[in-house]
Ligand binder design. Structure first.
Ligand SMILES: C[S@@+](CC[C@H](N)C(=O)[O-])C[C@H]1O[C@@H](n2cnc3c(N)ncnc32)[C@H](O)[C@@H]1O
Length: 320
């Protein structure tokens, strides 16, 4: 629900409706890593597990993860990245926040040392000391809901970027992996029906446009690396879909036949949606700008004063 400070992102009820259904159900199709995000595939023979590991390592290296640092994982899910940062990269501490009670219970039960997992919205987060790195893997899709104007979405994302910047050391890194709207949109009744179904399976979700993220981070962060791996999501989803189909009866037992079928239909649609570019999969690395500037001032400089086509006011013309 919106409050005086703006939209808070997906409600806890909607998040629970999607995430808190059954850990075993998710394990059936996500596989043992329980990574609920797009992998990073190589050409030729590869497996989901390897693609998930490669993705984790790519994002962690972009974030500059190294021994002794403090990290925040926004939307930590089942804690895969948290475990990797502690066990393989010897970080000093990782704080993980999520809106899923089931994910918190699961991750706390793993007993990973030097981790703190909380059921907390990033809007309510108050760090005890600055972070060296922040990662946010496929949580941003929940920061806007269908029907929000571009302006309102940018406002919400900007609040996220502002908070991240204020929580981070000046030399820190913010790494985001997120689904974005792509270059095409299908006009086919069956597809639109399944897209509508997706809004019920993933309630209150609305991906960003890349331009919205650029506008929202302008003057706060420099975007220093960007990949668009939408075909990688199609491949990830193909494996998820095969896994779910192979264990369809068990899935239906766990969450009910209707829900299991809806997930299956959405995944089948998403395989096509990512292959055909209706959606993109962006992996973005941000570095804080040394001195934040207001977007309005930058807009003025970039778009008005610097435009050749506009007549220069007389008082600004040289040698008059
Ligand atoms: C698709 S899952 C990805 C989980 C994990 N990062 C992974 O790669 O497996 C999205 C996660 O974002 C969390 N999330 C969504 N909105 C959030 C918010 N406003 N504050 C904190 N976590 C949020 C959800 O609870 C969920 O854990």
């Amino acid at each position: 629900m919106p409050n005086s400070k703006g939209y808070r992102g997906v409600s806890t009820q909607a998040a629970a409706k999607h995430y808190d259904v059954s850990d075993e159900f998710f394990r059936i199709w996500l596989g043992p890593s329980l990574a609920y995000a797009c992998g990073l595939w190589t050409d030729g023979a590869d497996t989901l597990e390897k693609a998930q590991l490669r993705k984790e390592e790519y994002l962690l290296s972009q974030a500059g993860i190294r021994p002794g640092i403090r990290v925040l994982d926004v939307g930590c899910g089942y804690g895969g990245e948290m475990r990797r940062m502690v066990e393989e990269h010897d970080v000093e501490s990782v704080t993980g926040i999520t809106l899923s009670r089931a994910a918190v219970d699961w991750t706390q039960n793993l007993g990973i040392p030097r981790t703190d997992v909380r059921l907390e919205n990033w809007i309510d987060h108050r760090p005890s000391a600055p972070y060296d790195a922040i990662i946010c893997i496929e949580a941003m899709e929940h920061f806007a809901r269908p029907g929000m104007s571009g302006r309102a979405k940018i406002q919400g994302y900007r609040e996220f970027f502002k908070r991240c910047r204020s929580w981070m050391r000046p030399e820190g890194r913010l790494v985001v992996q997120t689904i974005s709207w792509g270059h095409r949109f299908p006009l086919d009744v069956d597809i639109l029906r399944d897209l509508y179904l997706a809004t019920t399976v993933y309630p209150e979700c609305n991906p960003s446009y890349l331009g919205e993220l650029q506008a929202a981070s302008d003057g706060l962060f420099d975007l220093v690396a960007l990949r668009n791996d939408f075909d990688h999501y199609s491949r990830t989803l193909e494996v998820w879909l095969d896994n779910l189909r192979a264990d369809r009866d068990r899935a239906a037992e766990l969450v009910g036949p209707r829900k299991a079928e809806d997930f299956e239909r959405c995944m089948a649609l998403a395989v096509q949606a990512f292959a055909d570019g209706w959606f993109y999969l962006h992996r973005l690395t941000f570095r804080p700008v040394p001195k934040p500037t207001k977007p309005a001032r930058r807009f003025l400089i970039n778009n008005v004063l610097a435009r050749d086509s506009l007549p220069t006011p007389r008082f600004l013309q040289p040698n008059r």
